[in-house]
Ligand binder design. Structure first.
Ligand code: MN
Length: 395
C-alpha cells in the first residue's frame, strides 16, 4: 500500500530502508574471494572478480552450501552463528515415492541463486544474519529408530548452541525427532504449526513409525500406548512422546484430499488437534488462517515450531514430493502465511518431503528454499533473529 500521507509506494520505502544497511560483509566477502581465489586476468575490468570463484558469484559456480554460507565443518562451533541449515537426508519413512534423502542437496544447489537481498521484505540476510551450513546429520538408511536418535541428538546440539535450526529433510517421519531435539530444551509448552495435505497423526503405518506418524508421537503426552501393537522389543516405540507438546497446540493447515488420512483422523479427533482444511482456508483467507493458527499454537505455549511439508503447495508448483495431492496452496498463499506466522517468532523450523528425483526444473526445491528465506527473512526484519540493529545506519 502507498503511504497514505506521502503516497510513497511500499517498494520504494523498502529500498530506502535497505539503503541504510551497511554492506561491510559484502565487502569482506569480496576481499576474501580475492585472497583465496587470486586476482583475475588483466582484461577483467571489475577487480572485485577473482580468478577462481570463491564467493557468491556466479550462482551456477562453486561448491554449494546453503546460500553459499560458511560450512560449519567443526560442529562444536555452530554456536558462533545465529542460524544453521541442517540437512537430514533420510527417506526410509516414506510410504509411496522415496527420494527425499536428496532434498538437502537440491535445496543447497538452488539456494545459490539467492543473494539474500529482498526488496519486498526490506531485508538483507547476507548482512543482517550470521548464517552457516552445519552439513547433514549422519542418518542410518535402514533404521528409522536409530536415525531418530541421531536426529534428536544433533538438533538438540544445534538448538542449545543458540543457532536457530533450519532443518531440511528428508521425509516427514523426521517431525518427531526434530521436535524432540528442540522441545526437550524448552521448559514451557511448544506449539506446532504444521502445513500439510496430510494429518500425519496415526500411531504406526505398516508396522513402523513412518512419515505418516510424527504428530502421534510428538503430541502423545504420555498417554498409554498399546505395546502389543507397537512391538517394543524391536524399537523405541515405548518412548511415548513429549510432555510439553500438547495436542491442543498442534495446528494443521491445508489438510485434505483422498489419500492417507483415515487412520490419523481418529487420533486427531480423540486428542483435539486443530485441523484447518483447504475449504476452511478458502473461507478464512490468508490473514484469517494465519491468525487462527497463531492463536491456537501460542495458547499457553512458550515457543512455536514450524513444520512445512512441501506437499501442502499444489503439485502443479511442487511436483517433486513423496505424496502429491492436488488442490493445495498456491506458492504466494503459502509464502504469505509463513511470513505472517514467522512475525511472532519461532523456536525452529523444518521443510520436509522435497523429493528431487520427481522434481521439474528444481521448482520444488526452489519453493522449499523460498519458504526458508521468507521465514528467516521475516524473523530478521522484525528483530527475532539476526542483528539488524548492528548494521543499520542513522541516515
Ligand atoms: Mn504430506
Amino acid at each position: 500500500m502507498p503511504d497514505p500521507k506521502t503516497g510513497e509506494l511500499r517498494g520504494n520505502r523498502n529500498l530506502n530502508r535497505l539503503a541504510k544497511i551497511s554492506q561491510s560483509k559484502q565487502d569482506e566477502e569480496i576481499q576474501r574471494g580475492l585472497e583465496l581465489g587470486l586476482e583475475a586476468a588483466d582484461s577483467i575490468n571489475d577487480r572485485s572478480i577473482s580468478l577462481f570463484s570463491r564467493g557468491h558469484l556466479p550462482a551456477f559456480a562453486g561448491i554449494n552450501t546453503f546460500m553459499k554460507s560458511r560450512y560449519c565443518e567443526n560442529i562444536r562451533e555452530v554456536g558462533n552463528y545465529e542460524a544453521a541449515f541442517v540437512g537430514v537426508p533420510f527417506d526410509t519413512g516414506t510410504t509411496y515415492r522415496p527420494g527425499a534423502r536428496f532434498g538437502p542437496q537440491a535445496v543447497r544447489r538452488i539456494s545459490a541463486l539467492y543473494d539474500g537481498y529482498c526488496v519486498d521484505g526490506a531485508v538483507d540476510l547476507f548482512e543482517e544474519l550470521d548464517l552457516c551450513d552445519a552439513g547433514d546429520i549422519f542418518v542410518i538408511p535402514g533404521n528409522i529408530e536409530k536415525t531418530f536418535d541421531q536426529v534428536s541428538k544433533g538438533i538438540s546440539h544445534v538448538f542449545t548452541s543458540g543457532a536457530f535450526p533450519i532443518i531440511v529433510g528428508g521425509d516427514h517421519s523426521l517431525g518427531y525427532p526434530n521436535v524432540r531435539g528442540v522441545a526437550q530444551n524448552i521448559s514451557g509448552n511448544v506449539g506446532i504449526i504444521h502445513f500439510d495435505r496430510h494429518l500425519d497423526t496415526q500411531d504406526i503405518d505398516m508396522d513402523e513409525r513412518m512419515h505418516t506418524t510424527p504428530w502421534y508421537w510428538t503430541t502423545n503426552n504420555h498417554e498409554s500406548v498399546d505395546h502389543s501393537k507397537a512391538h517394543q522389543h524391536h524399537s523405541h516405540m515405548h518412548d511415548v512422546g513429549l510432555s510439553n507438546c500438547p495436542p491442543k497446540n498442534l495446528v494443521q493447515v491445508g489438510i485434505g484430499g483422498w489419500y492417507g488420512n483415515r487412520p490419523g483422523s481418529e487420533v486427531a479427533r480423540d486428542r483435539g488437534t486443530s485441523v484447518i482444511t483447504m475449504k476452511d482456508f478458502e473461507e478464512l483467507g490468508i490473514q484469517g488462517t494465519a491468525s487462527l493458527a497463531l492463536e491456537l499454537a501460542w495458547k499457553d505455549a512458550d515457543a512455536v515450531y514450524l513444520s512445512f511439508d512441501i506437499d501442502s503447495i499444489d503439485p502443479a508448483f511442487a511436483p517433486g514430493t513423496g505424496t502429491p495431492e492436488p488442490g493445495g496452496f498456491m506458492p504466494r498463499e503459502a509464502l504469505e502465511m509463513v511470513r505472517l506466522i514467522a512475525r511472532e517468532g519461532l523456536c525452529a523450523m523444518e521443510v520436509v518431503e522435497v523429493s528431487p528425483p520427481y522434481d521439474v526444473n528444481d521448482n520444488t526445491s526452489q519453493l522449499a528454499c523460498r519458504v526458508i528465506l521468507d521465514v528467516i527473512g521475516t524473523m530478521v526484519s522484525v528483530g527475532k533473529l539476526g542483528h539488524r540493529d548492528q548494521v543499520i545506519g542513522k541516515s
